[in-house]
Design a protein around this ligand. Structure first.
Ligand SMILES: Nc1ncnc2c1ncn2[C@@H]1O[C@H](COP(=O)(O)OP(=O)(O)O)[C@@H](O)[C@H]1O
Ligand SMILES: [Mg+2]
Length: 631
């Protein structure tokens, strides 16, 4: 569909969703759908829930985070079940500031952004609809119009609890424009939008000395004081601070602990009492979920500071550690690359995996558990089976260090190194070795890594390299013996024809020319030598095979590739030895003969068609495996 057509549909959809009426009309809506009067915390939780919750191996998985946040199942479950869920039920955690604490580039901002985008979309659904007093800069909850003395009764008949007092601006409008008739106050449906500053806000600390509290709570509009006569006239106040604008939804505080204390106190009053001080007014009620984030160092120095004591009991800290699963780490890179301008570059299979192996290793803490070396731990965390370890052991490993995942190499570093490898190589393809090299070079220049860590990280580069060597060899073997069974069978049939001719002192007939040929001694020996059959023993071995074949025939059974263990072993070994030769040929300067060349081309084609390589990376792989086999 045309992009303009889509934009038009979108506008039409918005128009369709628009609603305007009086407060009396709004109460009719509430009779049908009381859920639209939910508070911000409950809206966030229900939004998450609306994307589905499933349970896998005892941990809850949330559809909402599932396609965006990888490998943080436990942290996310904790965040939802220890904060969002109880806060939605108006339990006490709601009165604390939610602080996501974790290492740099561990996904904190991503989580918050997801919540914002999620809320925006949710406010466009039926269950997530939000209504506000029309024309109010803070999109005030219409229910604030219900006078305090009637709220208990309202609760009994509607089942809805009202929190918060009518703002001075709307109180004035109610009196002056509507003669106090709340039923006539205009109400509209609103659509949360960070761009339009409706129900979604962000606050970023700037220079603490110059940062103005007005950014947060709005300010007096001096140009209108003359018109309205007084600074305390609500019409002379601009309710356009971030806290005003985020009312009904969510407010993000970036790097919260860098903020000056006086800002923090506003937040506290808001979370604790549901209101904050703006200008000369009594307190202004607001309903918003406040989520802040910070790193561990800042958090430690914050709690170490005595003057912050009162604050920290009012903050709930949720750790957001690095992902510790290799396959999930790969997904993170894939996502980051597809979002970047490198998305056209060919990244050879396993390149991201080796990078992931490296970064996960830097985040793991060596276990004291018997036999659980760091590589095994890495595999266990990724859900692999490791001999000698059970699910119980894995749980014990996870519990051994509370702060595992709070340090190590971050995903952004890896992506930057990959991108610098791409730039340096200046070809639209990079492979696992390029990536490892770039990661390694980066460590030398990386200023914030201690010498001790650097040494450890270099070892991990080595481990990742060895993992890759294994993967690469297996990959080439797989591509080479693609139709393995078939190649084995052909080779065996061929061998048996010659053995039969040899034992019966016959000749073979060339299937093409019809020419008579003696049995091919070289061919037979090349197979027998694989299992150490000497020149003297070859006759006995061949006769034994023929006897076996006729024994099979008498019983009406077919002699096949699996009917003779030693023969099967010999055939397998022969196939792999051929592989070695073929692979070596590509690395040697000698020009391969025609059949070898054909084989190499087949393998390259297979790597390209079925294993995700392009011809550059496939040839790189063959050359590399060749050099490994030559060692
Ligand atoms: N567990 C994860 N799942 C998905 N993406 C992640 C994860 N951890 C980090 N990222 C990616 O890394 C980048 C940096 O994350 P970000 O949210 O900005 O980190 P933070 O705010 O913690 O510093 C983002 O592109 C993000 O998508
Ligand atoms: Mg961030």
């Amino acid at each position: 569909m045309d992009i303009l057509e889509k934009a038009k549909r979108h506008r039409e959809e918005e128009d369709r969703l628009k609603w305007e009426g009086t407060f009396a009309d709004y109460l009719e809506i509430l009779k049908q759908r009381p859920e639209v009067a939910q508070n911000a915390h409950s809206r966030v939780y229900n939004m998450i829930r609306s994307h589905g919750i499933t349970e896998v191996d005892g941990t809850r998985r949330y559809g909402f985070f599932g396609e965006e946040i990888f490998g943080l199942e436990e942290a996310v479950e904790r965040l939802v079940e220890e904060y969002f869920h109880p806060a939605a039920k108006r339990l006490d955690v709601r009165k604390r500031i939610l602080l996501l604490m974790g290492p740099v580039s561990g996904g904190k901002s991503t989580i918050v952004t997801l919540l914002k985008r999620g809320l925006e979309a949710y406010s466009r659904t039926d269950e997530g609809a939000v209504y506000a007093i029309k024309g109010c800069p803070m999109h005030e909850d219409p229910l604030h119009l219900i006078p305090l003395h009637l709220r208990e009764e309202f609760r009994r008949s509607y089942g809805i609890r009202i929190e918060g007092a009518l703002s001075p601006l709307n109180a004035m409008r109610l009196e002056q424009e509507y003669g106090g008739r709340i039923e006539d106050m205009p109400v509209e449906r609103i659509f949360l939008s960070e761009d339009k500053r409706v129900g979604v806000g962000t606050f970023t600390p700037s220079d603490p000395k110059s940062q103005d509290i007005a950014d947060l709570t709005g300010s007096i509009d001096f140009s209108t004081i003359a018109e309205f006569g007084s600074e305390s006239d609500p019409r002379a106040y601009r309710f356009d601070g971030e806290l005003n604008k985020a009312n009904r939804g969510l407010m993000e505080f970036q790097e919260m602990l860098k903020l000056d204390e006086k800002f923090l106190w506003h937040l506290l009053s808001l979370t604790q009492e549901g209101n904050f001080k703006a200008g000369r007014f009594a307190l202004i009620s607001a309903d918003e979920l406040i989520v802040a984030h910070t790193n561990e160092t800042e958090y430690r120095s914050f709690i170490a500071d005595k003057k912050n004591e009162a604050l920290h009991s009012r903050i709930i800290v949720m750790p957001v550690p690095y992902n510790l699963k290799v396959s999930e780490e790969e997904r993170i890179y894939r996502k980051m690359i597809s979002d970047s301008d490198m998305s056209h570059v060919h990244i050879a299979p396993h390149a991201l995996r080796v990078a992931a192996i490296f970064s996960v290793l830097t985040r793991l803490k060596p276990s004291r558990k018997q036999g659980a070396d760091i590589v095994k731990k890495m595999r266990l965390y990724d859900g692999e089976n490791v001999e000698g370890f059970s699910a119980v052991d894995v749980n014990e490993l996870k519990k051994e260090f509370a702060d595992e995942g709070m340090s190590g190499i971050d995903p952004r570093y890896v992506i930057n190194r990959i991108s610098s490898a791409i730039i340096r190589k200046d070809v639209p393809a990079i492979n696992a070795l390029d990536v490892l090299r770039s990661l390694k070079d980066g460590l030398t220049d990386h200023a914030s890594i201690s010498d001790e860590d650097r040494t450890r990280y270099m070892e991990y580069i080595g481990i990742a390299r060895r993992e890759y060597d294994d993967i690469a060899k297996k990959e080439v073997q797989k591509a080479f013996v693609y139709s393995y069974e078939e190649s084995a069978k052909t080779l065996m049939d061929n061998y048996l024809d010659h053995v039969e001719a040899f034992c019966n002192k016959n000749k073979l007939r060339d299937p093409l020319t019809g020419e008579e040929l003696p049995p091919d001694e070289k061919l037979m020996r090349s197979i027998e030598e694989q299992i150490g059959i000497s020149e003297n023993a070859k006759k006995a071995f061949r006769e034994e095979i023929l006897i076996r074949i006729s024994a099979y025939a008498r019983k009406g059974k077919r002699f096949d590739y699996n009917s003779h263990d030693r023969l099967r072993e010999a055939i397998q070994k022969k196939l792999f030895a051929d592989l070695k030769d073929v692979v070596k040929i590509t690395t040697s300067s000698a020009t391969p003969d025609e059949s070898q060349l054909k084989k190499v081309n087949e393998v390259v084609a297979r790597l390209v068609d079925e294993h995700g390589y392009n011809s550059t990376s496939a040839n790189d792989l063959l050359r590399y495996v060749g050099s490994l086999l030559n060692r």
